[in-house]
Structures are given as structure tokens and as C-alpha cells.
Design a protein around this ligand. Structure first.
Ligand SMILES: Cc1ncc(COP(=O)(O)O)c(C=O)c1O
Length: 359
């Protein structure tokens, strides 16, 4: 069976380093916000060409903390409307709700799966204060258009880059990352980070993730406890130097899929510029998705659906269940993610392509 993502195989080459870092961690006896977190924050800021990096507990908290920091600084307030692509992973929407803000769903384009810039303006009201842009599946959203619209309406942009480590971003925005194990840069447990060029925002974020405190037992904000774990930071420090090469491997696989999969029943993702995609996921579409998934499975190929139910149709979001978002719903009915990772073998890729072509 070709696994959708073989995490054990992916992490195996780093195992000796993980063990020696763990031994050093045990010897040191410093468990929270130590040197490994500091080192990772510096390295990831440099890697992301960002002034600051704030290590946090996970990607959802990264988003919640950014929104809460903007509230503390008076740039957002309770009840403000935040535009968000309707087909995102639910975490983007949960973050908005957890910060007491109101999500307003915008349809994506079916070609890119990213927010449709042409539909943003019609959703803007006097209460719209930000757009939460998601670079879904690792592809850069249409930032030139989005930046121009938001500039002209004086609206903030926040980026959910949970699936987009290593992307060349556009614009001076604050971004949230997840290092959930299956991400392009994955830890061995939950973790996340925020990058920003805004000194004031960074200071609030360093505090908010740590009970609202930058000085022990002095609390300036109603913060939360969401610190990047020291051991996860140590593992991330080992893996970060390999991210660029791993992303290049993903791109190479994507190029093979894009040029060699030829089947009229299958829609391939659009990628006009390989500098604007890090292929966290390679997502195809087909009308009879469940049938294709079963067929692939019976031919030894594991696939995953990202995602089967859109946020506005989830039981947890009943206030939004009545919404009619046909493009989003079509995407959720038709998408299927193929295996793509740096440990996929050429023969496996060849088998996946041949199997798809004879479907
Ligand atoms: C687009 C998007 N946003 C946010 C998150 C949340 O990240 P985490 O799982 O680390 O909380 C994820 C992770 O799955 C995601 O894919």
C-alpha cells in the first residue's frame, strides 16, 4: 500500500539527532521557553524573511493570538466582521469565533481553491475590518489583487499560512503557521508559530502566549498559555534546514503529476507559477470522487479528502448551515488529495500516475 503520508519514514533519517537532542534536553533540565525555542524563533524568522517569530502551541492558537493581539491594540474589536474563504480548514473560522469576531464567508475560485478576489469587495460592509487570507494546500492566494482591495478599503490582512511553509509571501502581513506533524515542516506533536514585522504586535504576542506576561508574575493582558514546547522546538531546529529541499521534491512530484496525469474524468490543480506553490497537498477533482478513491485504494494507493464537509455545513457552526455556497460545496464534494511527500519513490509516483490514467 502506498501510504498517503508515511510520517515514520519521513522522520526516520532524523531519529539519531532527535535522540541526542532529547538526551541534551534531559541533561539540561530546562523545560519551558528555553534556548531551543529562542533558536527556532530566530531561525524561522530568518527563513521566513520576517523580523519576529513567536513560537506558540499550535496553528489554531497562532490565529487566535494574532486576532486577540489586534484587539488589544485597538485595531479590531468584538463583533467586527472578518472575511475568510468558505472552503478553508475549519481552524481558520474557529479562530475568528474564539476571538469574538464574526466570520463572513467568501467563495474561492474553483481553479485555485483560494479566496476569489473578485468576490471580496461585495462582502465588505462598514463592519468589515480584516481579511483572513488562507494559502490553501500551499498555494499563494492572489495577493496583488487582495492587497489592492484591502488597501483601498483600509482593511487589515492576516495570513493563515498553516499549509504554506517556505512560500515566498507578498506583503508586510502577520502570518500564522502550524507545525502539526503532517505539515511541510512538521514537529513530533502540536506546535505553531506567528511571524510579523510589527514590533508592537510582536511584543503583545510574546506576552499573550504566556498568560499576558512578559515579566514573571506581571500580567498586562488576559493572555492564554500557548507556548511552543521546548522539545518540539528542538525537533523543529533539526528539521528546518531540510524544508527547502523537501519543498523542491514536492514541486518535482507535482510537475510529474501535472504533466503525466491524463484522464478526462480528472481535473488537475492549476499551478501557473511553481514559485507560488509549496504543494502541501496535491488536490485533484472528479465528479465521482468516492468511486475514484475506492478504485485507487483497491490499487494500493491511499488518498485523503481535504475536506469532506465545509465549515458552514458543520454541526458546530449551526448559525451558518443555511448559507448557500455552491463553489465551496462542489469543491468539498469533488476533491481528493494524492500522496505527495519527500519520501515518495519514483516507482510509486509512476504507479499512481498509471493507475489514474487507466481509471
Ligand atoms: C489552513 C489551516 N489553518 C489552521 C490550522 C490549524 O493548525 P493546528 O492543527 O496546528 O492547530 C490548520 C491545520 O491543520 C490548517 O490547515
Amino acid at each position: 500500500m502506498i501510504k498517503f503520508l508515511d510520517l515514520h519514514k519521513l522522520n526516520k533519517p532524523f531519529e539519531a539527532q532527535f535522540l541526542s537532542k532529547t538526551a541534551a534536553f534531559l541533561d539540561k533540565g530546562w523545560y519551558i521557553l528555553g534556548d531551543e525555542v529562542k533558536q527556532f524563533e530566530q531561525s524561522f524568522a530568518t527563513f521566513s524573511q520576517s523580523k519576529h517569530c513567536i513560537g506558540v502551541g499550535n496553528g489554531l492558537d497562532a490565529l487566535v493570538l494574532i486576532l486577540k493581539a489586534y484587539i488589544e491594540l485597538g485595531k479590531l474589536k468584538k463583533g467586527d466582521e472578518i472575511l475568510v474563504p468558505a472552503n478553508t480548514y475549519i481552524a481558520s473560522v474557529l479562530a475568528i469565533l474564539q476571538a469574538d469576531l464574526l466570520p463572513v464567508f467568501v467563495e474561492p475560485t474553483i481553479e485555485t481553491y483560494n479566496i476569489d478576489p473578485n468576490l471580496i469587495e461585495e462582502k465588505i460592509t462598514s463592519k468589515t475590518k480584516a481579511v483572513l487570507v488562507v494559502h490553501l494546500y500551499g498555494q499563494l492566494a492572489e495577493m496583488d489583487k487582495i492587497n489592492a482591495i484591502c488597501d483601498s478599503h483600509n482593511i487589515l490582512i492576516i495570513e493563515d499560512a498553516a499549509q504554506a511553509h517556505g512560500l515566498t509571501f507578498i506583503g508586510n502581513h502577520t502570518r500564522a503557521f502550524s507545525f502539526y506533524p503532517g505539515k511541510n515542516l512538521g514537529a513530533l506533536g502540536d506546535s505553531g508559530a506567528i511571524t510579523t514585522n510589527d514590533d508592537t504586535l510582536a511584543e503583545v504576542l510574546f506576552s499573550l502566549r504566556n498568560y499576558g506576561s512578559n515579566k514573571k508574575y506581571h500580567n498586562d493582558f488576559i493572555g492564554i498559555n500557548s507556548r511552543l514546547d521546548e522539545l518540539q522546538a528542538a525537533f523543529l531546529n533539526i528539521k528546518l534546514p531540510h524544508l527547502y529541499t523537501e519543498n523542491e521534491t514536492r514541486k518535482r512530484i507535482a510537475k510529474r503529476y501535472l504533466s503525466e496525469i491524463k484522464n478526462k474524468k480528472i481535473e488537475l490543480p492549476i499551478c501557473n507559477n511553481f514559485n507560488e506553490h509549496v504543494f502541501h497537498l496535491f488536490v485533484i477533482r472528479t465528479e465521482n470522487r468516492d468511486d475514484l478513491q475506492e478504485y485507487l485504494n483497491s490499487n494500493g494507493i491511499e488518498t485523503v479528502i481535504h475536506y469532506p464537509i465545509p465549515p458552514h455545513k458543520q454541526k458546530a457552526l449551526q448559525d451558518y448551515n443555511h448559507l448557500n455556497l455552491p463553489i465551496t460545496e462542489k469543491i468539498h464534494d469533488e476533491v481528493l488529495s494524492l500522496p505527495i511527500s519527500s519520501v515518495l519513490q519514483e516507482a510509486e509516483i509512476t504507479h499512481i500516475i498509471a493507475t489514474l490514467n487507466s481509471y
